[in-house]
Design a protein. Structure first.
Length: 367
């Protein structure tokens, strides 16, 4: 077993190159947190929705999603002890998860970093960093309450990668979700796919999936976080996927005009200020060739949600490190895409693909 494999071997029954925690007690603790979180968010979410509708009905609050009614609904819901306990547990479980994972990986920090130093020079594929470019202000947010955010700690990408196991409930351990979503992305009408760009690639799950779908294409993943692209490269090397990763801003990629046939953005826009969303769409229009495809998967900015659904989303914005999600949901992404020369086909995903209409795909063709 190589030094790299010893430091980042697959975790027990988990498939693929997942990081492993430092001890069995750590694994057991996180398994408990993950199961408690899944029970709360999935087994209890629908009963809570029914209970919330009952509370709102008794208070004479309607189901209209208009802002005034939603504010009144939130006031009613957050006065109820059961509702408050649900959301307190949701945040506390998230905090407990990150604290234990950070402690566990921190106990063998030097071992892990030494392995990543070796991985930087592994192939196939390459990784490059830009330490001179200052991080934008939006990068300083602790998204999902991850301590230090996506860049502050050299192990940030490692922590995030482990976090995806819990977030996706183990359903994406073999990149199953990314395989499904990438499989839905239509290629350009002329069938030519030579270069693909994965915006805000994080640990590269979409990037490597695109490479497997288009093995002859040059596939590139970029992210502002050096720890993210470092993990992405290590992961791709362990999988044997020849892809390129680079630390760059998605709103200022520095690639040539009309360079890519497919540009992809996976659940990133709701983590950005609306100004950066607009700048990123403009940049995607610049680097995507005429006839190329810009595919986006993100929150559904629907105005047809119930007050409870809106409250659930607003709680994440206020208490789960998603400060820009409401800003994104208030924007008209279809109009922004059209403004920059894209023709758009978009539809909410079914429950199995993204959950209760919360998620949406945009497939935009560059004019």
């Amino acid at each position: 077993m190589t030094q790299l494999e010893q430091a980042v071997y697959p975790r027990g029954k988990i498939a693929g190159p997942f990081p492993a925690l430092s001890s069995r007690p750590d694994e057991a603790y996180i398994d408990f947190i993950a199961d408690a979180r899944n029970f709360l968010l999935h087994a209890q979410q629908y009963p809570l929705a029914d209970y919330s509708r009952k509370l709102l009905g008794e208070a004479g609050v309607g189901m209209s999603p208009d802002p005034a009614n939603t504010r009144r609904a939130i006031d009613v819901l957050m006065q109820d002890p059961a509702v408050k306990t649900y959301y307190r547990l949701k945040r506390s479980l998230q905090e407990a998860f990150w604290n234990r994972v950070q402690q566990s990986f921190g106990s063998r920090r030097e071992e892990i970093l030494k392995a990543f130093d070796a991985a930087d020079h592994m192939g196939p594929g390459t990784v490059s960093y830009d330490d001179k470019k200052p991080l934008p202000d939006y990068a300083r947010v602790e998204i999902h309450l991850q301590p230090g955010g996506y860049h502050h700690d050299e192990l940030s990408g490692f922590l995030y990668h482990y976090g995806t196991k819990v977030f996706f409930r183990g359903d994406n351990d073999r990149d199953e979700l990314h395989e499904k979503l990438v499989g839905l992305v239509p290629g350009p009408a002329d069938g030519k796919v030579r270069r693909i760009l994965d915006l805000a690639c994080s640990v590269g799950q979409s990037t490597t999936t695109f490479k497997r779908r288009y093995p002859q294409a040059e596939v590139t993943g970029i992210d502002y976080s050096a720890p993210m692209v470092r993990v992405a490269h290590r992961r791709a090397a362990m999988l044997g996927d020849d892809v390129t990763f680079s630390q760059r801003l998605i709103e200022d990629t520095r690639y040539p005009d009309a360079h890519f046939d497919i540009t992809f953005a996976f659940i990133v826009f709701h983590e950005l200020p609306q100004r950066i969303v607009r700048e990123t769409v403009r940049e995607a229009a610049r680097v995507t060739r005429p006839g190329g495809v810009f595919a986006i998967y993100d929150f559904n900015p629907s105005n047809t949600m119930s007050p409870f659904q809106l409250h659930h989303r607003d709680f994440d914005a206020a208490h789960n490190g998603e400060p820009y999600s409401q800003d994104f949901c208030d924007c008209d992404l279809d109009a922004i895409l059209a403004e920059h020369g894209f023709s758009v086909a978009a539809s909410p995903l079914a429950k199995r693909s993204g959950g209760v209409g919360y998620m949406k795909h945009w497939f935009a063709t560059r004019g």
